[in-house]
Design a protein around this ligand. Structure first.
Ligand code: SAM
Length: 293
């Protein structure tokens, strides 16, 4: 490995940024990991094998990128901040297996990106210490595109990680929980103190493992699943019946009949439904819609 700055030292990190005329930008969630142990734990959780394709979102100053390069992975690092991209491209020049690309994780076409860098839309491993302000939209973008990950190790604000794994009936259970749990099995691996970042954020974090689940719905049914889940949790206090009427503009009796067909009480609230019930309902709604034209 070439001689890279010691990312565990806030002083070296500050000097590195200064050398490139940069400062951490809070608006971009730039809290850099300065604890080698946490970096190693995240890298180890990804279980990278030699030559595997890894996508890193928001590499920042490259603390995780360096650790992964040491495991002989082929790494595509996508960073939004042009100043950091400049810095990283210089820093990572000696590491042939690392490609740093400028782009927005919320806008990128993941399949096209993987195809152009890895030569195919192959199963990739995904890793990120995510900027807190984009966690939910990032997960939605990733899942909606069916990003082909075989394993993802992601750091979130602790409360977001708890929402992702929350069961029905829990106060944190919502649209993010249902959508994430449909696509992947999630597990909180360990909590991370705000002390291991520079600058120190105002929140605690948690590292999660996500492994994809086999999908139960067809593409058409999935489109309904997204509409039902997002539509009903946007109006959490409404009954499912009222949400369905609003989302699909169906007559009350039709919507009530479809809910009953899925063995769901029309007066039920979205937070009481399991992922399985949402999926079953979506299939019924999709079939009704297809046959009613
Ligand atoms: N991985 C580094 C680490 O652990 O020290 C930095 C993590 S920092 C919490 C988040 C990084 O994501 C920053 O480098 C930030 O510039 C970048 N970022 C913010 N929004 C982004 C977006 N929409 N797409 C890609 N990168 C983004």
């Amino acid at each position: 490995m070439p001689d890279l700055p010691n990312m565990a030292s806030p002083r070296e990190v500050a000097l590195l940024l200064e050398r490139f005329g940069l400062k951490p930008l809070p608006g971009r969630g730039q809290n850099f990991l300065i604890d080698g142990n946490v970096v190693q734990k995240i890298a180890a959780a990804l279980e990278v094998k030699r030559g595997e394709a890894v996508v890193e979102v928001g590499p920042g100053l490259g603390a995780l990128t360096q650790a992964l390069a040491g495991l002989d992975a082929r790494i595509l690092a996508l960073e939004l901040d042009r100043g950091l991209v400049r810095l990283l491209q210089e820093l990572m020049k000696p590491l042939a297996a690392v490609t740093v690309v400028q782009g927005d994780a919320l806008q990128v076409d993941w399949r096209a990106l993987c195809r152009s860098y890895f030569g195919a839309v192959t199963a990739v491993k995904l890793v990120s210490n995510l900027p807190y302000n984009i966690s939910s939209p990032f997960m939605y973008a990733l899942l909606k595109q069916n990003f082909p990950f075989s394993r993802a190790v992601l750091m979130f604000q602790k409360e977001v990680a708890e929402r992702i794994v929350a069961p029905p009936g829990d106060g944190s259970y919502g649209g993010l929980s249902v959508l994430c749990q449909y696509y992947a099995a999630g597990k909180i691996l360990f909590k991370v103190s705000s002390r291991v970042f520079w600058p120190r954020p105002g929140v605690e974090s948690a590292v999660m493992l996500l492994t994809p689940r086999e999908k139960a719905l067809s593409a058409g049914e999935e489109a309904f699943f997204w509409r039902v889940v997002q539509g009903s949790f946007q109006q959490r206090r409404k009954t499912l019946l009222n949400s369905l009427i609003k989302v699909f503009s169906w007559p009350r009796e039709t919507a009530a009949g479809l809910l009953r067909q899925a063995l769901i009480e029309p007066s039920a609230r979205p937070e009481t439904l399991s992922v399985y019930e949402f999926a079953k309902l979506s299939r019924i709604l999709y079939n009704y819609d297809r046959n009613s034209d």
